[in-house]
Design a protein around this ligand. Structure first.
Ligand code: FE2
Ligand code: FE2
Length: 154
């Protein structure tokens, strides 16, 4: 990834609060699903976690860093390739946040804040607004990463 001290600190933070998620079979399975262009769902999720921490630290936002990072890593935990033609993949943009929350809830103990981060990350496409600052940070980070990945493949 990157190699200055700030980047290394964020990467260490992610591993410190979410090593169980990173090592889980579900999260590892995201490596096989392309998400935006050539970027896999796993790479995208780690990038969103990194960007969320970056925004929070640079702006000195009073966030719960553990929930911020865990929610960010799990925000797209729907576990399928949404590009594959399948009836169940229709309306992906509208339904995948709910599916991600359902699957993440089966595999991990989620706080109310983490549930909100996952279920609200597609606001305003999903009209229910975020309840926490952490959810807003992740949805902004997700949009920045998605645009960058679609335009530049990274
Ligand atoms: Fe998403
Ligand atoms: Fe995403």
């Amino acid at each position: 990834m990157k190699n200055n001290n700030f980047d290394i600190q964020i990467e260490s933070l992610i591993v410190f609060v979410a090593e169980d998620i990173l090592r889980s079979a579900g999260m590892q399975s995201e490596r096989q699903y392309l998400h935006h262009g050539t970027v896999t769902c796993y790479e995208h999720s780690v990038r969103v976690a990194y960007m969320s921490a970056y925004i929070a630290l640079r702006l000195c936002l009073p966030v719960n860093m553990r929930s911020l990072l865990r929610g960010a890593l799990l925000h797209d935990y729907f576990l399928y390739d949404w590009h594959e033609t399948d009836k169940s993949h229709r309306f992906h943009g509208f339904i995948h946040a709910k599916r991600a929350l359902e699957k993440a809830s089966l595999d991990f103990e989620l706080s109310e804040m983490e549930q909100d981060i996952i279920s609200k990350h597609m606001f305003p496409l999903n009209p229910k607004p975020p309840k926490y600052l952490e959810s807003v940070v992740v949805l902004v980070a997700d949009k920045i990463c998605a645009i960058s990945e679609l335009l530049y493949g990274r």
